[in-house]
Design a protein around this ligand. Structure first.
Ligand SMILES: NC(=O)C1=CN([C@@H]2O[C@H](COP(=O)(O)OP(=O)(O)OC[C@H]3O[C@@H](n4cnc5c(N)ncnc54)[C@H](OP(=O)(O)O)[C@@H]3O)[C@@H](O)[C@H]2O)C=CC1
Ligand SMILES: O=C(O)[C@@H]1CCC=N1
Length: 271
């Protein structure tokens, strides 16, 4: 690919993507430029860590960029675009990982018919395990969509979805790792309270989640079948699952995903 890629926003998501791209070696490290609002120390740290360029001057950031990745919080996006729009040139491709905000809104903010692609990765990008959904805005070409897909494939798997599906995608795979970590926190706490040392608990739980993920991908069997294979009649799993059922686990998870989805919709409207 070897395109010049500029990141507008240098937080956790930008770093996860940068780490993934650098590891995959699809562009020379110095082809990656990073800028933020005012935390110079942060971009300098990223420069040192990944051998990329950190630049404060927005004109210099945009000048030679072929792909501009928008990675600010949703409420900072408008100001961020304001700070670069006068330097934007035709054919620069915008990729936004910002939750909720539509490609049409972004195009309007840029003020020219800029090609915009929306992507929803997750922080597992930093180790090449993101699940990224991608959709194209109305000025993005098939070629540009392919290019974005290739870029995100270096940091995990990709799925092309219609843009109106981005809200539910955010609710499952964008925010998803946080739900899993929350579950792990609860399991770890219980294991430690029952006398297991934290490190052993952490290793056992992490490998259990990894194994379950791989089973879902490789066994060809759906989650409910895999679950039933573990659940011996009157056994330990049944005892555990009964507690989840009694406490309405399905409803809680449904509400969790729906709330995240609805928050994404709201973020889009508030812009
Ligand atoms: N974290 C996650 O798991 C995921 C996040 N996302 C999306 O990614 C986006 C970024 O999230 P995250 O990385 O967690 O957020 P962070 O708060 O970690 O980072 C936000 C970055 O935006 C910068 N910024 C703010 N205002 C401007 C501006 N005017 N111009 C340039 N840069 C600016 C900040 O700079 P400074 O520090 O100088 O203020 C900071 O570097 C969000 O929109 C989120 O929805 C998508 C998928 C997953
Ligand atoms: O919490 C958020 O808003 C972002 C979007 C998906 C993951 N983190």
């Amino acid at each position: 690919m070897n395109k010049k890629i500029a990141f507008i926003g240098a937080g956790s998501m930008a770093e996860a993507i940068i780490a993934g791209i650098v590891k995959a070696e699809i562009v020379d490290d110095e082809q990656i430029i990073v800028t933020n609002k005012n935390n110079k120390e942060r971009i300098d740290r990223l420069q040192k860590r990944y051998h990329i360029q950190s630049i404060v001057d927005k004109e210099k950031v945009i000048q030679h960029a072929e792909i501009i990745i928008l990675s600010t919080k949703p409420y900072d996006l408008e100001a961020a675009i304001q700070s670069i729009k006068e330097f934007v040139k035709p054919n620069q491709l915008f990729i936004s990982v910002v939750a909720g905000i539509s490609t049409d809104t972004i195009t309007d903010l840029i003020g020219v018919n800029a090609p915009v692609i929306r992507a929803m990765p997750n922080t597992s990008a930093s180790i090449g395990y993101s699940a990224t959904a991608i959709s194209a805005g109305k000025y993005a070409t098939t070629e540009q969509l392919k290019e974005a897909k290739e870029l995100f494939e270096t940091i995990g798997t990709t799925a092309i979805v219609e843009e109106d599906k981005m809200h539910i995608v955010t609710g499952i795979s964008g925010s998803g790792p946080a739900y899993i970590y929350y579950l792990v926190e609860a399991m770890e706490k219980t294991a430690v309270e029952s006398g297991l040392d934290r490190e052993t608990a952490k290793d056992l739980i992490a490998q259990t989640i990894r194994g379950a993920g791989e089973m879902l991908k490789k066994s060809g069997e759906p989650a409910d079948v895999l679950r039933k294979k573990i659940t011996s009649p009157a056994g330990t799993t049944q005892a555990g699952l009964e507690s989840l059922e009694k406490n309405d686990f399905q409803r809680i998870v449904k509400e969790c995903v729906e709330n995240a989805r609805d928050r994404s919709i709201e973020l889009g409207k508030s812009k």
